[in-house]
Design a protein around this ligand. Sequence first.
Ligand SMILES: C[S@@+](CC[C@H](N)C(=O)[O-])C[C@H]1O[C@@H](n2cnc3c(N)ncnc32)[C@H](O)[C@@H]1O
Length: 476
Amino acid sequence: MSMICHSSSQSDFCPPHFDEALEMVEETHIKSCRVEECFVETGTDSTFDESTAQDVLASKYDHLSFQSELILCKNLIKVIPHIPKHIAFGCYDGLQFLIGFARKDIENIFGETAKRLKVIQGRRSSKLCKVEADHNYHSSHGVIKSCVYIDDITSGEERMKVSLEDGRNAEDLPIYFYIPNILVYKNAYVKFSLARISHEGCCSHCFGDCLTSPVPCVCAAETGGLFAYSPGGLKFLEECISLKREPKQDHYLYCRNCPLQGSKNEKSSVPCKGHLLRKFIKECWSKCRCNKKCGNRIVQQGIIVKLQGKGGVFELEDLPLGAFVCEYVGEILTNTELHERNVQSAGNKNTRYQVLLDAGWGSKGVLKDEEAPCLDATVYGNVARFVNHRCSDATLVEIPVEVETPDHHYYHISLFTTRNVTVMEELTWDYSIDFHDRNRDGGHPMMNPFHCLCGSPFCYERDVRLLTYVRRRRRV
Ligand SMILES: C[S@@+](CC[C@H](N)C(=O)[O-])C[C@H]1O[C@@H](n2cnc3c(N)ncnc32)[C@H](O)[C@@H]1O
């Protein structure tokens, strides 16, 4: 792992403190892989010789009492007179820093020295966030693959930081804005507002924590009198998982003018492929009388687990079966608006991150296109937009969760673990793609078609490839 700190457009920039760097590495990497050596390389984009560079370094770190650290970790610091500009563009008075953590012997390096380093207190105002490099960098410790590292993609919007490492060049990264909660775009109509409170479906007589109440409250009615978040609720969760993995024909609703097929074809003659009708969770909310800390308020609290984006989303701590990971957040828009948006961006090969909120169509009927709400996380979204697809045995399952309204047309797509997940396991979600569809977007026209690389033994596309192969062989 490497980190380059740069001062571009930061007037308050100050170089990172060692303990901050160590803390960050501990948070993001030590749990997942053995960090075995810590080294610091400093350099300039000017032509300082080694001793001048060292002097400059010492003077720049003077106000951070870095000099003492410099002595302490003399054997860890290597001064290279010149770090190429493209590795660390932007610099601190011509001085650049590359702090690296390589693998060797964790005990030797993170033993005494690290302990002492951690004791040194310094200013913590440096922005230890973006690692940006255009090319692989040949440091004295080997090739450090260039990557973009963002310490917190949520910019403090979530309670937990979510870091991101991406092997692409900074300019190749898709532009998006992090939002922790759903935002409504233009015409979408979501039937709830504080001004329109009715007590329908909320526990207006409860107090304290509903989970400890001897009688299940009104909100638990949706889950058959069982709180999904209580230990007994695991049964409910398992039902949700098997409904998703082994749906029966009668779990599907087939509509006459399917908005999903209509969004692909101007004049839809393609029959509906069916909308899987799901089980809902209803959370207590502000309209209820229970305490804000009531155990039946989980999704609305936001992310509380440690996540990292790295070509997918990874878990930085062990999680039990049924843990809430995150909500799929995006812009809410009507199916008509989404269709218009897709027509305008036709030809644009960027990944789309769109989902139709159709989990409750059976109970309330099918909405017209200009009413049916969809989620689009392409430009505005949260960490869930980075979750990759895995066929069948994905580590996450989506469950519709009602918070503000018992109306099944608007809900929160909430991702829960389908089993115990260990640290640094990839979190995946079955997008419900029909890989048998020759157009490759039949089952999920709101996502770009792709060839599945999930590697699951139950990979749907592998089955399709196998079938095609067998058919071809038979023809020969
Ligand atoms: C919601 S995004 C997932 C995050 C994406 N990997 C990223 O970094 O932005 C969906 C896209 O990721 C890629 N993807 C996700 N799961 C995949 C899989 N199992 N096999 C191949 N590509 C996948 C596809 O390009 C898909 O359109």
